[in-house]
Design a protein around this ligand. Structure first.
Ligand SMILES: Nc1ncnc2c1ncn2[C@@H]1O[C@H](COP(=O)(O)OP(=O)(O)O)[C@@H](O)[C@H]1O
Ligand SMILES: [Mg+2]
Length: 255
């Protein structure tokens, strides 16, 4: 359902994506892992043209676009196919949880207010926040705010949700409530691309894992292939570092 061919991206003369090829099937959960600065966020942002790629083609469902020459209408169509969940939840501070969730329905989809509210209430229920519908973001925990932003992403019925490190800004004790919502979505066959540092979570929820470094896809495969039994020295080194980090933070907490 998502097909990327020969995607490249430069910032000035620095190449940050190098000939990226990707195939994601409907209902599949893909985890992207890799060191900081390897181009993971840029790749997600290129998929919905938040960043303009330098070359390559992107196909999502019935929209196919050559990134070097496309009509604004096609770009618009492509953007409608995905919704993004960011590390920093980016909620409207002056709107309640419910208003945040239904904003796009009212503004872009021109839905009737009662209908949008019904959808918004159902979505908040799905992420366990029906009681918080009328609260403002400042009165919600980080985990709750992130769950609101997941409900907001679901509201527009995207073909895929793109998560960029959805839990890395959260206090450790709030991580699991967000991962749990994503696990539930995975069970319902929601197509998702998740950039994450949570290796255990990636192993458990992903159908397919992509390891990126220096703008390249170094290897990809099942979680078993990439996370448990990688033969690639680069992947092994990264996973070892991640393991050390986890051990280190666990040690810090015990202190
Ligand atoms: N807007 C930007 N302008 C210039 N360089 C950028 C910009 N965004 C990202 N980069 C650079 O592109 C590279 C990849 O960044 P990013 O995609 O954020 O990596 P990751 O998400 O894997 O940590 C990094 O070297 C980063 O400094
Ligand atoms: Mg990033």
């Amino acid at each position: 359902m998502i097909k990327v061919r020969n995607l490249t991206k430069y910032f000035d003369d620095k190449q940050v994506l190098n000939d990226i090829n990707l195939d994601i099937r409907t209902g599949e959960v893909v985890a992207i892992i890799g060191p900081s600065g390897s181009g993971k966020s840029t790749l997600l942002r290129c998929l919905n043209l938040l960043e303009k790629p330098n070359s390559g083609t992107i196909e999502i469902k019935d929209v196919k676009l050559d990134t070097q020459k496309y009509k604004e209408r096609d770009a618009y169509q492509l953007r409608q196919k995905t919704a993004m969940v960011f590390q920093h939840y980016n909620l409207f501070k002056n709107k309640t949880a419910l208003k945040n969730v239904i904003e796009a329905l009212l503004v872009s989809k021109k839905m009737k207010k009662e209908e949008a509210i019904q959808i918004g209430v159902d979505l908040l229920k799905r992420v366990g926040l029906e009681k918080q519908a009328n609260q403002y973001p400042a009165t919600l925990s980080g985990g709750q705010q992130q769950r609101v932003s997941i409900a907001r992403a679901l509201a527009v019925k995207p073909h895929a949700i793109l998560f960029d490190e959805p839990t890395s800004a959260l206090d450790p004790e709030l991580v699991n409530e967000v991962l749990q919502v994503i696990r539930e979505l995975a069970k319902e066959d929601t197509t998702m691309v998740i950039v994450t540092h949570e290796m255990q979570f990636a192993k458990e929820v992903a159908d397919h894992v992509i390891f990126m470094a220096d703008g390249h896809i170094i290897e990809q495969g099942t979680p078993e292939q990439v996370i448990e039994h990688s033969l690639n020295p680069r992947t092994q080194r990264f996973l070892r570092q991640m393991g050390d980090e986890t051990d280190e933070s666990a040690r810090q907490k015990r202190k």
